[in-house]
Design a protein around this ligand. Structure first.
Ligand SMILES: [Zn+2]
Length: 293
């Protein structure tokens, strides 16, 4: 076999292994679930070709169809989740809808946006927005993730102070061992008067539990945030707004766009925004602790 082809094959194998590592395959049960997941995705695609009833709509890209693709999580499959066109999932569609409706600077204005560990659906929608100057960064290059402009550690951002109007950093901090350092960095690069969306999964527990290492059975999270997450943000010098926008949306919209109902955390800085919390967490959070840590 010529050397070039051999190298190409090796690259393909490496890529396939990276893709497989995404599924955290460890037990025969994992293989079974992934096979089921791939079969379900194929079946949904076939069904879409045969009969498109247009019952769901993607708020990120406008795609409509019978049902969204399933997504695979550790040991479980979630149906009606990922947009086949832009790959936006429930939370991504919620955030994009929120940005469009509640963008406080007034309907997608000229803004410098930093997107940490970007979600593909939101990225595509942001890039298509006129006036948005967009930068995406991530620590690792995931073959299944969206493209980034630079590899960067969120605890040491290579940006000057106060350069971004908007920062989107969702479901990132629970992966960062020194999350307080990351919060300080986000605050540093955020303009006075700017805002950041910093959603994390908050379990319905009062105190955050630190694992001390990444837990592969929990999507490599290094901690389980509790209701005291808001306090950490305040301690980092932010004013936190808990926006229960998703709970105020009509059921019909939530169903049509297949959105998650979870609180949105918006943080601001600057002289007019004193550290503190505006709004309150809903009584019942979507994530319930299922096991003892
Ligand atoms: Zn879409």
């Amino acid at each position: 076999m010529p050397i070039g082809r051999w190298r190409g094959l090796r690259q393909k194998i490496r890529r396939a292994r990276k893709v497989l590592s995404y599924f955290h395959l460890q037990t025969p049960r994992d293989f079974m679930i992934v096979t089921q997941f791939l079969g379900l995705t194929l079946w949904e695609t076939v069904k879409l070709r045969l009969r498109n009833r247009r019952t769901v709509t993607c708020s990120c890209c406008g795609w409509t169809g019978n049902v969204f693709w399933p997504v695979y999580w550790v040991e479980q499959i979630e149906r009606n989740a990922r947009c086949p066109r832009c790959y936006a999932e429930q939370r991504h569609r919620l955030v994009w809808r929120y940005l469009c409706e509640r963008w406080e600077l007034g309907g997608l204005p000229p803004a410098r946006v930093l997107h940490v560990s970007p979600e593909r659906g939101i990225q595509a929608a942001l890039k298509a927005s006129p006036g948005v100057r967009y930068v995406a960064v991530d620590l690792t290059a995931d073959p299944l993730a969206a493209a980034t402009d630079a590899r960067m550690d969120i605890t040491a951002l290579a940006f000057a102070d106060q350069v971004f109007d908007v920062i989107i950093c969702n479901h990132v901090l629970e992966h960062i061992p020194d999350d307080r350092r990351a919060m300080a960095e986000l605050r540093r690069v955020l303009k006075d008067g700017g805002y950041a969306i910093v959603m994390v999964p908050i379990m319905d527990i009062p105190q955050t539990v630190e694992y001390g290492r990444a837990d592969p059975r929990e999507w490599d999270h290094v901690r389980r945030y509790g209701r005291d997450y808001l306090l950490r943000l305040v301690e980092a010098g932010f004013q936190v707004t808990v926006d229960n926008y998703a709970y105020e949306l009509p059921d019909a919209v939530v169903t049509r766009e297949a959105l998650y109902r979870e609180p949105i955390f918006v943080v601001r800085k600057g002289p007019q925004h004193l550290p503190g919390v505006v709004g309150a967490l809903p009584d019942r959070l979507p994530w319930q602790p299922t096991d003892e840590k």
